[in-house]
Design a binder for this molecule. Structure first.
Ligand SMILES: [Zn+2]
Ligand SMILES: [Zn+2]
Length: 269
């Protein structure tokens, strides 16, 4: 067994830890592979590379691209060239769309009498705006007790502050990662089970699947392992760590077999 984490977020997107802190947390977790995969941003990559060299952490540059297809169709990209023009353009467009979405969410909340302002939310955004920043302000303004409650009560489908997701198409996201020299991986497929279309995704250029993810049941993991075998897709693992105070998994790291680790090392290092 080996412990790795190929899916984490810093405060460049909606994580609560700085890039520096997240690298120290990765060091503490003694990971055999580690990646920072902020939403629609590669801003933290350079610093992460520098620190990982100092701290001797096996770091893989990463990103998580938002698509507008269904609520949670996100594509992880590894070993992307963080200076690739087309990739940077896609990420920039996604971040602009994120701002529009967050503004719409806030307007809808104000409409139903919730105490929140755009200024309060955007003061908290470093690079990539998200609903998590709205949820944090709802907490600060004592509308909710924590980020999770902010999502559940105000920002999920059917709730007052909900606005449909933004982002590129799935096809363009995969294509752009590949074009930037990267490896394209379907993030948390368990969250979009009713939309699975592995043969089509494979055809689009998908390289792997995040099989090991905190909310995936044993059955889900087995189904995904079978599909990976069938469509010749690589097995990935990530915790979607957002920092110790984000109200999600509080520790980094997912267990994988030594065989899967070897394959990932061959692919990524
Ligand atoms: Zn995601
Ligand atoms: Zn994520």
């Amino acid at each position: 067994m080996a412990k790795i984490d190929l899916h984490t977020h810093s405060n460049c997107s909606d994580g609560t830890s700085s890039v520096r802190d997240i690298l120290f947390e990765a060091k503490k977790a003694q990971l055999e592979l580690f990646s920072l995969t902020d939403h629609d941003s590669v801003e933290g990559i350079q610093k992460a590379i520098e620190l990982s060299e100092k701290l001797d952490i096996p770091f893989i540059p990463g990103v998580e691209i938002t698509t507008h297809e269904h609520e949670h169709t996100h594509i992880l990209g590894y070993n992307i060239d963080p200076k690739n023009k087309n990739l940077l353009n896609l990420l920039k467009k996604n971040r602009e769309d994120r701002i529009l979405r967050v503004k719409k969410c806030i307007a809808q909340l104000v409409q139903v009498g919730i105490n929140i302002t755009e200024q309060q939310v955007f003061d908290r955004v470093k690079i990539s705006a998200s609903r998590a920043h709205i949820a944090d302000v709802l907490k600060i303004n004592k509308v909710v007790a924590n980020r999770g409650e902010g999502f559940r009560n105000y920002l999920m489908p059917g709730k007052a502050g909900y606005v449909s997701p933004i982002g590129a198409t799935l096809k363009k996201s995969i294509y752009t990662i590949k074009e930037a020299g990267g490896i394209a991986v379907m993030a948390h497929p368990g969250l979009i089970k009713e939309h699975w279309n592995f043969p089509v995704w494979k055809e689009m250029g998908l390289d792997g699947v995040e099989v090991y993810y905190p909310s995936h049941s044993a059955t889900m993991k087995q189904d995904l392992l079978d599909l990976c075998k069938k469509y010749n897709l690589q097995v990935f693992a990530g915790s979607d760590y957002h920092g110790p105070k984000a109200g999600r998994v509080s520790k980094m790291g997912m267990n994988i077999s030594d065989t899967h680790l070897e394959k990932l090392k061959n692919l990524l290092q």
